[in-house]
Design a protein around this ligand. Sequence first.
Ligand code: CP
Length: 395
Amino acid sequence: MFTKRHLISTRDFSKDEIDFLLSRAEELEKFARGREQGWGWGEGEGEREGEEESDLLKGKILANLFYEPSTRTRLSFETAMKRLGGEVLNLYSTETSSVTKGENLADTIRTVSGYCDAIVLRHPREGASRMAASLASVPVINAGDGAGQHPTQTLLDLYTLKKEGLLENLRIALVGDLKYGRTVHSLAYALALYGATLFFVSPEALRMPEEVKMDLRAAGTAEAEAAGAAGAGAGAGAEVFETSDLSAVVKEVDVLYVTRIQKERFPDPAEYRKVAGAYRVTRGLLKENEDLVIMHPLPRVDEIDAAVDGTKNARYFKQAFYGVPVRMAVLSTLLGAGGERRREGEEKQGASKNARGNRRNSGVGEEAPRTLRERTADDRERECYEQHGKDAARF
Ligand code: CP
């Protein structure tokens, strides 16, 4: 069941559960723009008459705790909650809260748990959300933990791909900062569940971490076992290619998922300067593959030329809008407002969860069994948690 669960990592959810959330987002999208707005994206654009209102989350309160800057994630969570009739508390920044007085994350989480029905947390330290989840008495949603994970971004990325009819067996290049980029860490794993072929395009110094690649090689194996899949390719894991040459992959893929090289994550500014501006998507590049879909979690700096914005290839602002229905789906499901119904194949999902013993079930107060295998991204996250989490005052 979905209710009373935390959402910390993409790996906390099976493919069936992700599919459920994406379907739920489709059901809720009609509430995402509100009734009066005369502007929209794609089908039905400008036809706001008859849009429906919802009070699905009336009486519920969400606490947005952002220890790092955000535009899209914080505001779309707030929009999602309010469009469904709920209310939002905001800790916009550490400067305006008791964090400046020296309060640690653990005490903040214990306190805020008493004020709300769910917590959205963004924090610069990897493992912070997992630690918060271990202390909270309400569901915690990871809105980005350092270079770790950003699972609701992944859900909206998958939703964008689904709306484009591209979700299954996609050929996609993840471009830019693959070392520190939490969006690509979360997304790569989820894409592997859908049979994607992944091209990792980055400077040598910003390669995808080994533990993420390890998880990708294993991805699909337990899913396939649980589904009783057999035959060639079943459980083979994701096909992954790595290169530093963007132009070499442009003709090979359906989607370029471009990311910003994140200056703030580099311990040494000199190292940032070596890779800054490594990639730039231009109209000229699009001539190589006219059907290429360009996605980006945003914010961008200069990695996509503004001249690309007006092309049929650009999807990144539409993608950002999809954060609203997707976060509506997440909130309503975790808060037990319409997402708690038993679904077809739930028994199979339970089996899947057991087979994927490496995935931590984030049930509040529960810890799912794990199987021992090589060090994976999940292990990396746990190590971060253990390293820093024992001393909660360090967060
Ligand atoms: N994509 C994303 O997380 O954007 P923000 O940092 O603006 O929330």
